[in-house]
Design a protein around this ligand. Structure first.
Ligand code: IMP
Length: 436
């Protein structure tokens, strides 16, 4: 398939980086469409582990062109550090283009993010503190600075001084902190602008032409559907569009050019930050999943909240993204349990519901109704084909397909590239997604 969108089908951290890395090898382009350095993609190539935040995972694949598109918010210091460390490890970064329209995260964005979280106290979102929300806020308010202007030594100081006039009023009068000095920021960021300028381009045209001309383009999602500012569990969401539609906003990809949409979901559920999480396990099972799955944030190191697979949420993600297939991750992490569970419905105000309520108020009143399946003791991490997997794993996968309403075509049984089972799948999953 030519143009493929890879989207997180949960609350982020679904191991999308691994799948993108596996799929990128025969792609002409890999395009990151949204979010910023709040994302963290861990990719293992042989015995080498790479932690990527802004640079698309296709950078590890030699010939693929990688694009950081218009919808991404870029922390210049962060991306320079990432590129420098990749180069130091022998990764060529010449195949990278950064959209001139992407917005830049500056010190006041981080500051506002952290001050606002502090001000919210118990109601804090639990953001990554990377300035993501404030940067998207400025973009929508039309007081943001785009990459092209950031790299222009004549434009950046002028724009920054105008914007800091407003920001400093708020910093001093609302938060009672010291104002920022424009000249210091210009000085501090000069080197970053010089470093990044050669990468800046009109990427929407590059992507649009490639997508239309039959080149194969992979669209790399960050975060997950349930963190989408519209479709997610608002207000405990990020400020961008991690759902599949986001791939067509500000990348140059027209909606008619999408050939397939692969959802990525773990075999259980995790969430970082605050917000309702019906299948969360606050017991030894949750702790065991966290330890076995190494469920600690790539970006912040925070322990992730863990729980059984939430089929109601997956069903919703499948529908609203228009998934064509699913990639089921971390199956090896569930090895060893006597039984494993999948939430098939919620109990809500004394009745059973199958539809995911994407708001904090209703979701926080939902409790899971589980289907319990027999677990598997076998180590599945070296399985090379679907047929080699134990019967109980297959039953688990079939139940996931039923709730998602789409076939599971990729299964991951470990962190390495070669611990991935591609399952050519012709069988149609009957009917529309149904939990019955
Ligand atoms: P922000 O994106 O830093 O504003 O954080 C908003 C919410 O999204 C918080 O709950 C974060 O923990 C969550 N979040 C942001 N990026 C990621 C990610 O890559 N994985 C998982 N959660 C994320």
């Amino acid at each position: 398939m030519a143009n493929t969108v890879v989207v997180g089908a949960q609350w982020g951290d679904e191991a999308k980086g691994k799948i993108i890395d596996c799929l990128a090898h025969d792609k002409d382009l890999v395009v990151r469409w949204g979010g910023g350095s709040n994302a963290g993609h861990t990719v293992c190539v042989g015995d080498q582990e790479y932690k990527l935040h802004l640079v698309p995972a296709g950078i590890l694949n030699g010939n693929t062109l990688n694009v950081v598109a218009d919808g991404v918010v870029i922390d210049p210091a962060g991306i320079v550090e990432e590129l420098t460390s990749l180069k130091a490890r022998g990764v060529s970064c010449t195949n990278l283009k950064i959209s001139g329209n992407a917005h830049v995260i500056l010190p006041y964005h981080r500051l506002f993010d952290q001050l606002e979280e502090k001000r919210k106290g118990e109601k804090a979102i639990g953001t990554t503190g990377r300035g993501i929300g404030p940067a998207y806020q400025d973009k929508a308010a039309r007081i943001g600075i785009r990459m092209r202007d950031f790299c222009d030594p004549k434009i950046f100081p002028v724009r920054l001084a105008q914007i800091l006039d407003i920001k400093n009023e708020i910093l001093v009068k609302l938060y009672g902190v010291e104002p920022l000095v424009a000249d210091q920021i210009v000085e501090q960021y000069r080197e970053f602008a010089l470093f990044l300028k050669p990468y800046v381009d009109d990427t929407a045209l590059v992507v649009a032409r490639a997508a239309k001309s039959g080149k194969s383009v992979l669209f790399e999602g960050a975060q997950g559907t349930l963190l989408d500012i519209d479709l997610g569990t608002y207000p405990y969401v990020t400020s961008s569009h991690p759902s599949a539609g986001g791939a067509t906003i500000g990348t140059g990809l027209g909606p008619t050019q999408i050939d397939q949409i692969i959802g990525v979901a773990k075999s259980y559920t995790t969430r970082v930050g605050a917000g309702a999480f019906p299948t969360e396990l606050l017991d030894d099972t949750g702790n065991l999943i966290r330890e076995r799955g190494r469920e600690y944030g790539t970006t912040t190191g925070r322990p992730r909240r863990c729980g059984w697979l939430d089929g109601v949420a997956l069903h919703y993600a499948s529908l609203v993204n228009g998934l064509t297939s699913l990639s089921l991750m971390h199956l090896d992490v569930l090895s060893g349990f006597d039984e494993v569970k999948i939430c098939m419905q919620y109990s809500f105000d004394g009745r059973s519901i199958e539809d995911f309520p994407s708001d904090q108020e209703r979701l926080s009143r939902c409790t899971p109704i589980y289907k319990t399946l027999q677990g598997w003791k076998d180590d599945v991490s070296e399985a090379k084909t679907y047929d080699e997997l134990p019967e109980n794993v297959k039953k688990f996968v079939e139940t996931v397909e039923k709730v998602a309403g789409v076939p599971v075509t990729i299964l991951s049984v470990g962190r390495r590239r070669d611990q991935t089972i591609f399952r050519p799948y012709s069988k149609k999953i009957s009917g529309s997604p149904s939990l019955s």
